[in-house]
Ligand binder design. Structure first.
Ligand code: ATP
Ligand code: MG
Length: 490
């Protein structure tokens, strides 16, 4: 009713007859109207696009007898969410990686739910639920330490705002351009890869496939839904996801999904650096870090994630070997069920670039520790434009780097003090890594390995013999130990 009235005022001759100032004021007071019209246009577009959507996906169904998914292996929290939503009269499906992985005989990492209930309706059903995001609302339902992410079916929208695009994604990373709700068919084609758009319905235990994901799963092919060039432009993180899933699942990238990656790799510069931190962690902590690393290099993506390290590869062959070894170690730890700290991983990924600045500063007369700290500062200033590290990881990472200079100083009580330091283990592992690939570390890591395994008497002997060696080396400086400065060189 208000819309025709607005058109009438806007088009009426009296509007044009108003003096300029009044027109301006009129514009201001019409701002909410303009917003409303935009909303109506978007709604009409969405409705119109439904026709196209209905024609695109071809529904395939996998009955319970043809798949291994059974209720008792679904996370209890996810089951509760599904049942309560369905009891509330809504549709609710498990979707994404959990279905893909289960059909491949793997253990799912997490359980994501898609529903036709709006976020507000979901919130009403669960006491332990929290809305995430303001404009782009999704719901987290918490069960102890586990979080079930519930997303409302997304509708089609062709409004595209490059600037906004950076922040509009769920925690899982799904791009949510607008709170335009839709049907399951529309939701399916908003997802990234066909194998990630499989829906499992707890009620009939059927897997629903609108994008031929089941065929791609059989053929072990990773295929982006829709036009790849557009979909990478919409969300460049999908290029990283393509590499991640190709490495994780050992799938082949379908030709048109693969083709634009090298050319569009620079689009990664448009992604919010804070979002990149999580994405990059996921890349390397999935158990196939080495394969992922090699693919990132092959497709020209690594240079946009860690530019300084990438530059170092050109002049320092050890830099590449170090990162390869770091990836091998990461995979080994994960396969043994051990954790990998993000601080350690990033310490390794950034080390080649750090070393170059550190060497440069030292060559220009700066003492080692200030050079290390200055190098870290300079490197992170540059790196933060690509990937922002939360301080809770960047602080320990810098400690690992600083300790590379302190670990060789083992005389007197220092070795025992060092052993008690919270970051000792990570710093020692890092030194070991460097020694393993042939960086000049004077065998210090091997010494620490022996020291940790030795009895107290043996440890004392090790330190004493170190002192003697040091005395021989340092000569006159040692003659008057009382006048030595306290151990504050670092
Ligand atoms: P895993 O959790 O095993 O790493 P996943 O496929 O579940 O893999 P999530 O990051 O948990 O990945 O995302 C859940 C689902 O959300 C995906 O399967 C996909 O359907 C959708 N999704 C995530 N990120 C995007 C994106 N950037 N663009 C489109 N859809 C996405
Ligand atoms: Mg997931």
């Amino acid at each position: 009713m208000c819309f025709p009235l607005f058109c009438f005022v806007l088009l009426s001759p009296s509007y044009f007859a108003l003096p300029h100032r009044s027109v301006k004021l009129l514009h201001l007071s019409f701002a909410p109207w303009v917003k409303m019209i935009k909303g109506i246009t978007s709604y009409i577009k969405t409705r119109m696009s439904k026709q196209a959507v209905v024609n695109t996906p071809q529904l395939q169904i996998l009955p319970p007898s043809k798949h291994p998914i059974s209720t008792h292996e679904i996370h209890e929290g996810a089951l509760k969410v599904l049942y309560r939503l369905q009891k509330g009269g809504f549709q609710a499906f498990l979707v994404g990686g959990c279905i893909r992985d289960r059909l491949l005989g793997k253990k799912p990492k997490d359980f994501d739910v898609a529903t036709n209930a709006t976020p507000e309706e979901v919130i009403e059903l669960f006491r332990n639920a929290r809305m995430i995001g303001r404009r782009f609302r999704i719901v987290h339902v918490r069960f102890g330490r586990e979080v079930i992410e519930v997303t409302t079916f997304r509708g089609q929208t062709d409004e595209y705002d490059e600037k906004d695009d950076r922040t509009l994604q769920s925690d899982a990373g799904m791009l949510l351009r607008d709170n335009v709700w839709g049907s399951i068919e529309e939701d399916a084609i908003r997802r990234d890869f066909t194998i990630n758009a499989l829906y499992y319905n707890i009620a009939d235990r059927v897997v629903y496939d609108y994008t031929s994901g089941l065929t791609d799963l059989d053929n072990r092919v990773l295929r982006l839904i829709g036009d790849p060039v557009t979909r990478y432009r919409e969300d460049p993180v999908r290029m990283l996801r393509a590499i991640r899933f190709a490495a994780k699942l050992g799938f082949t990238l379908e030709a048109s999904t693969e083709a634009p990656i090298r050319e569009q790799a620079n689009l990664l510069l448009q992604v919010a650096p804070a979002r990149m931190f999580d994405e990059v962690l996921k890349l390397f902590l999935g158990g196939q870090a080495l394969d992922t690393f090699n693919l990132l290099l092959e497709y020209g993506l690594f240079a946009f994630l860690f530019p300084a390290s990438h530059e170092a590869f050109k002049t320092n062959p050890l830099a590449l070997t170090l990162l390869e070894q770091a990836m091998i170690n990461t995979d080994t730890r994960i396969s043994e069920g051990k954790t990998v700290s993000p601080a350690f991983l990033y310490a390794a990924l950034l080390w080649p670039g750090l070393e170059q600045i550190y060497t440069y500063l030292q060559n220009n007369g700066m003492p080692p520790l200030p050079a290390m700290q200055q190098a870290a500062y300079r490197l992170l200033e540059r790196q933060n434009q690509h990937i922002t590290m939360p301080k809770r990881f960047s602080f320990p990472m810098r400690e690992i780097w600083d300790l590379q200079l302190k670990l060789p100083k083992r005389q007197g009580k220092k070795a025992w003090v060092m052993l008690q330091m919270p970051r000792f283990r990570a710093a020692y592992d890092f030194l070991l890594l460097r020694e393993m690939v042939g960086e000049a570390t004077d065998g210090v890591a091997a010494w620490w390995t022996d020291f940790q395994e030795a009895s107290e008497t043996e440890q004392q002997k090790m330190i004493a013999s170190l002192g003697r060696k040091q005395d021989k080396k340092s000569g006159s400086r040692r003659r008057n130990p009382r006048r030595r400065k306290p151990a504050s060189t670092y």
